[in-house]
Design a protein around this ligand. Structure first.
Ligand code: PMP
Ligand code: GLN
Length: 385
């Protein structure tokens, strides 16, 4: 085996392997039911697979245009305008990306410079801080207020200064399942008005909202839309996390900078999947009914764990349910999650890892994007611990 003998100082000294990879691997090793990493254990609509096959067989197997297949960008523009009322130009304001992760990295790399501060809310999805740091920026952390994980806008106001270049928001929120309200977005609008702050709005769960609540996209608010990169993912919307296809929409001035990075990071994304997604977006009912589809799963899981010793309030959005185990064990969530895999056979994600300084609230995240039989089996086990 070759060995690197030179000197190497890590650009990300405190970063290890992501928790999703760690927990999914451990789940597989112990043959546990995997409710850790967020992905469905059921297949995507068969029609989507047919459309990819059709596109491949028709010879669509070479590079797509750098910003994405135009038809797909047009469909994204149509969906965004019909849902949120803001029109984006497919030619200049929409780019198809290799999942939301690449869109997030690209937006950060496009605008963050050495010394810039970026406000992020904790618990935070794990790709934000490393992307900021790799680009010389400094993450500035604001804690969401438990138990409802709401934003304390006064705390945000306090950390904003002339170095603040970006605020990253994520609604519906991973890992907590919380959603921002119209009032939240108004506060964000007020705080950023007349500033140079750019917003990166991670809206990958835009279609997974429950109990009639409406997704508050920054695209609904002209004062926010004009300073925002909005990111979404076909992985969540079409049950195709393995396709790694998403997109970013932003005003053309921002998108122009975004594309300068995008073209050298991936250049373009896989062609047949883009063609299939463009066509499948014609079926509006799929994404319009996604909230109802996952609400039934949330409720199914909730019903089946109602007699367990875990405490919870139902997620408002996303396909994640937090369960608190403080009545069961006093262990750290990282230890308890490992024990739950090894001894009980159910894998989850400990929430403390989403903080830069771990906060131990005895909270675990369970993904309910699973077949009912999977959820039932997992719940049966959870009721016994
Ligand atoms: N943001 C959030 C909040 C997510 O939960 C995820 C993935 N599950 C992503 C971004 C990345 O999405 P993708 O798989 O499309 O890269
Ligand atoms: N977003 C998914 C989750 O939260 C995981 C994505 C990944 O593994 N990178 O579980």
């Amino acid at each position: 085996m070759p060995e690197f003998k030179g000197s190497l100082s890590s650009k990300l000294p405190s970063v290890g392997t992501t928790i999703f990879t760690v927990m999914s691997k451990m789940a597989a090793e112990h043959n546990a039911i995997n409710l850790s990493q967020g992905f469905p254990d059921f297949d995507c609509p068969p029609k989507l697979v047919e459309l990819v096959n059709k596109a491949m067989k028709a010879g669509n197997n070479q590079y797509a245009p750098m910003p994405g297949i135009l038809k797909l960008r047009e469909m994204i523009a149509e969906k965004t305008e019909s849902l949120y009322g803001t029109s984006y130009n497919p030619e200049t304001e929409i780019t198809v990306t290799a999942g939301a992760t690449q869109a997030i990295y690209t937006a950060i790399a496009a605008v963050i410079r050495e010394g810039d501060e970026v406000v992020i809310f904790e618990p935070a999805y794990d790709c934000y801080a490393p992307a900021i740091e790799l680009n010389g920026g400094k993450p500035v952390y604001v804690s969401l207020k438990a138990p409802e994980y709401s934003v304390d806008w006064n705390a945000v106001k306090k950390v904003i200064n002339h170095r603040t270049r970006m605020i990253i928001i994520n609604t519906p929120h991973n890992p907590t399942g919380a959603m921002m309200s119209a009032e939240d977005l108004k506060q964000l609008d007020k705080l950023t008005k007349n500033s140079d702050i750019i917003i990166l709005s991670d809206e990958v769960y835009e279609h997974i909202t429950f109990d009639g609540s409406k997704h508050e996209s920054v695209a609904r608010y002209p004062g926010l839309a004009c300073r925002s990169f909005i990111v979404s993912s076909f992985g969540k919307t079409f049950h195709t996390t393995g396709w790694k296809l998403g997109y970013c929409v932003a005003p053309k001035e921002l998108m122009n900078e975004f594309r300068k990075v995008h073209q050298f990071l991936v250049f373009s994304c896989n062609t047949p999947m883009q063609i299939a997604c463009a066509e499948f977006l014609n079926d509006k009912s799929h994404y319009l009914e996604l909230g109802q589809f996952y609400q039934e799963k949330r409720d199914f899981f909730a019903r089946h764990i109602s007699s367990s010793r875990f405490k919870f309030s139902p997620a408002a959005g996303t396909y994640f349910q937090l369960l608190q185990y403080n009545g069961i064990s006093e262990e750290k969530d990282t230890d308890y999650a490992v024990r739950l895999i090894k001894e009980a056979g159910v894998a989850s994600i400990p929430i403390s890892v989403f903080y830069h300084k771990p906060v131990y609230d005895s909270m675990l995240r369970f993904c309910f994007a699973k077949k009912n039989e999977t959820l039932e089996k997992a719940a049966e086990i959870l009721c016994k611990v």
